[in-house]
Design a protein around this ligand. Structure first.
Ligand SMILES: Cc1ncc(COP(=O)(O)O)c(C=O)c1O
Length: 393
């Protein structure tokens, strides 16, 4: 029996879908009925729950309305500005880099390690100049960057480290959760397709009290007190001060209501993702494909993405592969079109593909296939059957 035939009669299997349960729905309804829909008690509770999840009492968790906002706030709080350089990977989403430009600083892109697809620490060190202030490693697909090497480079050169952990909940390295590795700040994303979701949202995590204080103020217009404190009986005051031209980056209680319950399920979500990844790894081992790198023994890969790469022996090209998957009613994607190919980044820094051979090669051969907890076992078998047929065609 083929799990994928007849193709035309199969419903479309999206590339990604969130899994929202009754607890999330009830909490959102409770929020709507409570009369407090913007930042308030649930956002505070979500921040506290997140700190408890990371199991670090000194950690400050600052809920924001996107990871992009969190990255921006962290760099702003570090004082990054014109004349500064920030080093990151070309193999990422533009959000990682655009925040550097918001502040008038410049982005220095470096290539990836071809095995892990994560930023190559050796290339980071080689890219350091007297203007370098910060490194932004991205835990690509949910596999931890070699943070030991990155933190060592940062310490030796007096640089800040901001982890883009948009893909990396609950990733570990040397059994430590990402977010607790000792960088200056880490930012998670709760966008709709991430390992947990608040619709849109993010969490900025830091042990640095000064950085946290600045980020909290800048999250809400540069106000010295947030709206919750202003309008509740505990601090009965209409008075606030604007200390800087801040942003509007606060997370609503409606979003936090989702986050509180999604976070409770993150262990179960990861286990299901791991199970699907293992099924794919087994089913694809004999195909002309490079399978995604695994987490080191004893560590956790969050499996935000499952990225296949066509090997030299593959007879089909990447675009044709994706078209054939769509013909089988299965959504796929490519992570990422590297920044060095994007007109804005390419033209601003005069970048050429030859400068990033590993990212370029990975891009040309990459296919991200569906991997999410809302997939049924039958969905997984359908993807396996389609990938096997297309890879062997
Ligand atoms: C690597 C990376 N960084 C940052 C972001 C931005 O996240 P958000 O959509 O929450 O702003 C994304 C989103 O897809 C991402 O993949």
């Amino acid at each position: 029996m083929s799990a994928e035939l007849p193709q035309s009669e199969l419903p479309f299997l999206p590339f990604a879908l969130p899994e929202i349960g009754e607890d999330e729905i009830n909490e959102v309804v409770d929020t709507l009925r409570s009369g407090w829909v913007t930042t308030g008690p649930k956002a505070k509770r979500f921040e506290a729950d997140f700190a408890a999840f990371l199991n670090e009492p000194q950690l400050e968790c600052i809920a924001v309305n996107s990871a992009t906002a969190g990255l921006h706030l962290a760099l702003e709080a570090m004082g990054i500005g014109p004349g500064d350089e920030v080093i990151t990977t070309t193999h990422t989403f533009t959000a990682t880099a655009e925040v550097v430009r918001y502040l008038g600083a410049d982005v220095v892109l470096v290539d990836i390690d071809p095995l892990t697809l994560n930023i190559d620490p050796k290339l980071v060190e080689a890219a350091i100049t007297p203007k370098t202030r910060c490194i932004i490693p991205v835990h690509y697909a949910g596999l931890a960057v070699d943070m030991i090497a990155i933190l060592d480079i940062a310490r030796r050169h007096g640089l800040r480290v901001l982890e883009d952990a948009a893909h990396a909940l609950p990733t570990t390295l040397e059994k430590e959760l990402i977010g607790t590795m000792g960088s200056d700040a880490t930012v998670f994303s709760f966008y709709a397709n991430k390992t947990m979701t608040t619709g849109e949202g993010g969490m900025l995590v830091t042990r640095n009290a000064e950085l946290a204080k600045r980020a909290r103020v800048m999250r809400l217009h540069g106000m010295s007190r947030d709206a919750f404190d202003r309008f509740t009986a505990t601090v009965p005051s209409w008075y606030y001060e604007i200390v800087a031209p801040g942003f509007k980056y606060n997370m609503t209680d409606i979003a936090a209501a989702l986050g509180i319950h999604q976070l409770k399920r993150i262990g179960a979500f990861q286990a299901r993702r791991e199970q699907i990844a293992a099924a794919y790894n087994n089913a694809f081992a004999d195909l002309p494909l490079i399978l995604p790198p695994q987490a080191p023994e004893g560590d956790v890969h969050s499996w935000h993405l499952y990225v296949l790469r066509l090997s030299d022996e593959a007879s089909i090209a990447r675009d044709a592969f994706i078209e054939a998957m769509y013909a089988a009613s299965i959504g796929c994607s490519v992570h990422y079109i590297p920044l060095h190919l994007q007109p804005y980044w390419r033209d601003r820094y005069g970048l050429r593909a030859e400068q990033f051979p590993h990212s370029q090669k990975a891009y040309e051969r990459s296919i991200s296939i569906p991997l999410y907890t809302a997939m049924t076992d039958a969905d997984v078998q359908r993807v396996i059957a389609a990938v096997r047929r297309i890879a062997l065609s």
